[in-house]
Design a protein around this ligand. Sequence first.
Ligand code: ADP
Ligand code: MG
Length: 228
Amino acid sequence: MSLDSAWALDWTRRAAVLIAENRAELTELDRAIGDADHGDNLNRGMRAVVAKLDAAEETGNLPATPGGVLKVVATTLMATVGGAGGPLLGTAFLRAARSSDAPAWGAAEIVRALEEATSGLEVRGHATSGDKTMADAWRPAAVAAKEAAQIGEDEIGILTAAAQAAAKGAEDTEPLQARRGRASFLGERSCGHRDPGAQSSALILQAAVDAARDRVPAAASILVVEQA
Ligand code: ADP
Ligand code: MG
C-alpha cells in the first residue's frame, strides 16, 4: 500500500480533530511553562488549514500529491499561527512537502519526509534532542521510522513506529530543563512538565497512522479480523 493525496488530506483532517479535542490540555501544558496559548494557537491554525482544503475540494482544486496537501498545511500554519510553534511546525511541514513530489508515498518517501521535517525544524529552531521542544517528538519519530523501514515494515508499520516514538519522546520531555523557546526562561522550574509542542507533534503524527490504517482496503481489513 502506498499513501496518496487522499491519505494526506485525511491525515490533516484527523490532526485538526485531535488538536481540537486536546486544545485545552495543550494550553494547560503551555500555562505551566509558557504563556498558555499553544492549544488555541494550533487549533486556530488547523481550523484554517481544514477550511482551505475544504474550499479547494469544493472547487475541484485539491492538490494531487501528498506533498501538495502538506504544502497547504505548511503555508497556512505559517500564516495563521502566531508564536514560535506555528512557524516551526510550518517549517517541518514545508520540508516534508518538498521531500517528494510523488503521487503516492511508500516506505522510502515517508522515512525521507520525516527526516526532512525533523532536520528542518531543528535547524530553524536551533534545537537538538533534549532541549525540551517539539524536536523531542519529531527526532525519535524520524529515527524510529528509519529503523522500521530497515527491518522491512510497511507504511503502516513505519508510521506506527514513528507515532509511538513521538508519544514516548513527548512523555520523556517531562523531567528535562528547557533550553529553547519561552520555557527556557524558567530555567530549572521548567522541569517536571511536559513540553506542549512535543505533545501536539505526537498527536499530529498519531493522526498520520490513523489515516493510513483507514486506507487499508476493506478485503484486507476483513482478513485481519478473521486472523485475530
Ligand atoms: P510561543 O512559545 O511563542 O507561545 P507556542 O506556545 O504556540 O508558541 O509553542 C510553544 C512550543 O514551541 C514549545 O512547547 C516548543 O515545543 C516549541 N518551540 C519553542 N521554541 C522552539 C525552538 N527554538 N525550537 C523548537 N521548538 C520550539
Ligand atoms: Mg505559548
